[in-house]
Ligand binder design. Sequence first.
Ligand SMILES: Nc1ncnc2c1ncn2[C@@H]1O[C@H](COP(=O)(O)OP(=O)(O)OP(=O)(O)O)[C@@H](O)[C@H]1O
Ligand SMILES: [Mg+2]
Length: 433
Amino acid sequence: MISDAAYSLRPALERNLAATPEPATEESHARPIPRVNIQAFCEDQETASVIQKAFEDRRLSKAHVTLQMGGVEAAVAFYRDASTPNLIIIESLLDRVEMISDLERLAEVCDPGTKVIAIGHFNDVLLYRELLQQGISEYVVAPLKVAQVIESISSVYTDPEAVPVGQVIAFIGAKGGAGSSTVCHNTAFAIAGTLENDVVIADLDLPFGTAGLDFNQDPLQGIADALKSPERLDEVLLDRLLSRCSDHLSLFAAPAMLEQHCDVDASACETVLDVVRENVPWVAVDVPHLWAAWAKEVVLKSDHVVITATPDLASLRNTKNLVKHLKVARPNDRPPLLVLNQVSLPKRPEISVKDFTHAVELESKVVIDFDAQLFGTAANNGQMIEEVSDKSKPADAFRSLADLLTDRSEQKSERTSLLGPVLDRLRLMIARA
Ligand SMILES: Nc1ncnc2c1ncn2[C@@H]1O[C@H](COP(=O)(O)OP(=O)(O)OP(=O)(O)O)[C@@H](O)[C@H]1O
Ligand SMILES: [Mg+2]
């Protein structure tokens, strides 16, 4: 059920010896950085503030980081009496010749295992090549972007041959019963169907999870077994614990039994999700509606967060709090995606979509009407909405959410644009001219 082929994701940093590395876009899918010591010595205040922001990113939460000013001079003086860390980030304002000789002085006080990322102010291919020959891991040119710093650090610890890491999507409800699990399962189903990429649904609602019911599965083993002994989880065991729902969709089911206690350990959860994302490109995590330490950590460390809310006051307050909290805790990530669900329930007074999104300061790209017949049929049959009615509006909504999460919406709108053929002909004419 897990495809053997390495799936295609943007590599952490495109290495190109013939040119200075391209600055990364603001959003980054870099791998989390292991428990290493990183020390930065900056010259420029602006560079220092970008590095400081990168150091506060969720992907560096395990690393021990320090930042000082003074560049190479300060670093050389510091390491005369201190041992060097796993990684030094060093900034220099000097040109090629002076920078190379400065870094040679740094090399003299560096322990053999220490890696170095150099930040310079000259976009000089020759300098880049010489630095790599000197054993410098990366050379990046200021002004920097936060995502670029994270990706450069991550690339030092990523084996270029390694299988790329999958992306984790956390689905959380603004209040109990908002429909978060329904949105999670249907969106995962759409990603598996349209992308034909492997997706695993991890149901973390251990006592009450509905993923098994929704896919008409009743597996004997599942996520609770992995969480009990996370250190044993590898590709082979994972394959045994997953149950297959469709060609590309597998389920890490919750036991939904009340005999065993269901406390979740935050680090066990992180280990399990790390193993899953090493093996599958997309992990849809069904997070129960609670804010325990482990659940909070899952949400904060995910690549994407989807909040499902109903158009009422409690959902509005909770969504507003969640959006605010995520913005502070994940400053370098996209804001969460908001799904307004169970909208237009007959006779129920509701907060309008416009007022809701205005109050939470977040656009809702996906609005799903209340449809008792369709959702009730799907739930009772153990089917997805698309299987019950693939032309329905909710099925469309789940497909667009899948496109948004996997960044396919822009490509799609370009493909389906009415001007597409005209633009193609124009491009052809220009190319021939
Ligand atoms: N748009 C909708 N129209 C009608 N019913 C819906 C809709 N969305 C979800 N439901 C139904 O609402 C119920 C609750 O959905 P679901 O279990 O997905 O919510 P949840 O947010 O995960 O709840 P919990 O807090 O228990 O985890 C289910 O019976 C589901 O079929
Ligand atoms: Mg749920």
